[in-house]
Design a protein around this ligand. Structure first.
Ligand code: B12
Ligand code: SF4
Ligand code: SF4
Length: 417
């Protein structure tokens, strides 16, 4: 959130002003811009309250707190009259190294990513995880905020006395604002799907202002009878059209959730170590994206979109800070990322990972990582893995890790889930 302080008054014709705002949004680097009124988002506010009352927000306490204020932009910024909503494309025109996850349907058309280097032929480890597209490059908050700042200053220079911007973290429901400002419609996966060749690969943000701007028509598009995303979601997180139970969503489990990942959900996480794109990759509207990619969102050198897992299992705090400086991946913290890496190694099931997992189980100072390494070893299930688990059980002091080891040895690593 931010608020430039300069104020100038230059009343001009409202329609022309709206066009100037959109031109400025484009000049600032946004792909999409629409305008809506600041009237309450009644229907979406009710849906948000229902979502919270069903506990679908999990540990995201800020969602429960925001559900009170979100439907009412005017209570956030008194005197607000309009919302200027922007979209920034983060898709990529480069090929992925080895295609989408196994659970992704064949009709999916992942945006290719040729920037990923194949491992050298003599590399003993080809075990790779998967980072979701929104996190391949720079943190979108950092990319969007200066652009929103510029657009907010423009509104102030055209007569606004207030122009407060938000991206993601604010009390405005970004998607509700985007739909009503005509940027796109709600897909059944709950993402906003645009009509301008960007599919759902867009970040959203908005500026609340007291400038009188004529609203655009809401986007009334819909998915018709398609339900590809519901069927493809590996954890059943899209519990019904337009409703995601975050507690089951891989994105939530690998990014927002702290502590152990529920055992019964670990197998479905596959090789995802940060976020998930399955419900977008299968969407036919994402097969047709034609927009130019922004270089800020291209995969970062050295990490890419499919990083090698074993080096990440051992990453030090210093290396983690250096490798993920300015990246969204930092959000999961070092312990969370290594927890996710252990789960992915367990799911890949390759015995080549056993020595490193045993080392993590024996030496790692973080019980979260030890516990998930135990799970991974149980899931790989070779004699070496099981023997290592048995030995460790003799000296492990943490009750949670002891339980993980015992369950792994009992063979309840979740293969049947
Ligand atoms: C909390 C959150 C999450 C949670 C919960 C997701 C969820 N679906 O609610 C988790 C951590 C799981 C998550 C995951 C992801 N997120 Co997120 N997330 C948010 C956040 C902060 C709030 C979303 C929210 O309000 N959820 C509450 C529920 C109730 O809202 P909703 O899902 O939008 O539901 C609406 C519909 O149900 C609608 N509705 C109700 N009834 C009906 C009936 C009909 C007929 C229709 C059409 C609609 C409708 O009204 C509801 C309220 O708006 C927003 C940023 C923001 N401040 O808005 C980003 C945001 C939604 N996330 C975003 C992204 C990119 C993702 C991921 C793709 C990241 C990734 N690759 O891992 C995944 C996608 C998973 C998914 N399928 O949603 C983008 C989405 C951009 C877009 N094009 O839509 C946002 C907008 C961030 C941003 N500023 O760009 N996210
Ligand atoms: S992001 Fe993945 S886990 Fe979450 S709803 Fe979409 S497909 Fe399901
Ligand atoms: S996959 Fe189908 S149902 Fe899901 S959002 Fe895309 S069009 Fe809608």
């Amino acid at each position: 959130m931010g608020m430039p302080s300069t104020t100038h008054a230059h009343p001009v014709d409202a329609q022309r002003l709206a066009q100037e705002v959109k031109d400025e949004a484009r000049a600032a680097g946004f792909d999409l811009c629409g305008i809506t009124t600041s009237t309450p988002f009644q229907e979406e506010g009710q849906a948000l309250a229902d979502w919270v009352s069903r506990g679908f927000h999990g540990e995201m306490g800020y969602m429960a707190r925001n559900s009170v204020r979100s439907p009412l932009p005017e209570s956030v910024v008194p005197g607000a009259r309009a919302l200027v909503v922007v979209g920034l494309y983060y898709g990529s025109d480069r090929a992925e190294a080895d295609g989408p996850t196994g659970s992704v349907r064949s009709e999916s058309a992942p945006t290719p990513d040729t920037s990923i280097e194949e491992p050298p032929a003599d590399d003993p480890s080809t075990l790779r995880g998967r980072i979701s597209r929104y996190a391949w490059g720079e943190d979108y908050h950092k990319v969007m905020e200066p652009r929103l700042e510029r657009l907010a200053s423009f509104l102030l220079s055209r007569g606004a006395t207030v122009a407060r911007y938000y991206v993601d973290t604010g009390p405005v429901i970004d998607r509700a604002a985007a739909r009503r400002a005509g940027l796109g419609w709600y897909g059944k996966n709950t993402l906003i799907i645009t009509r301008r060749g960007h599919g759902s690969w867009v970040f959203l943000g908005e500026i609340l202002t007291d400038l009188a701007l004529p609203p655009d028509a809401p986007d009334e598009g819909d998915c018709g009878r398609c339900r590809l995303c519901l069927d493809a979601c590996p954890t059943g997180a899209i519990v019904s059209p337009y409703m995601v139970d975050a507690r089951r969503c891989i994105s939530y489990l690998t990014i927002e959730h702290r502590g152990p990942i529920p055992r019964e959900l670990r197998p479905a996480i596959g090789d995802h170590i940060f976020g998930c794109d399955i419900c977008q990759v299968v969407c036919p509207h994402n097969a047709k994206t034609v927009a130019q990619m922004h270089p800020e969102f291209a995969p970062r050198p050295g990490t890419g979109s499919r990083p090698l897992l074993l080096p990440l299992l051992n990453i030090t705090e210093e290396e983690f800070q250096r490798q993920f400086h300015g990246s969204p991946v930092k959000r999961t913290r070092r312990g969370g990322l290594r927890r996710n890496v252990a789960v992915a190694l367990g799911n890949l099931g390759d015995p080549v990972a056993v020595p490193e997992l045993l080392r993590a189980l024996a030496d790692d100072g973080d019980p979260l990582v030890r516990g998930h390494a135990a799970w991974a070893l149980g899931r790989i299930g070779t004699d070496e893995a099981r023997e290592g688990l048995r030995q460790r059980l003799q000296c492990e002091r943490d009750a949670g890790v002891q339980e993980e080891i015992t369950l792994s040895l009992a063979g309840t690593g979740g293969r049947c889930a």
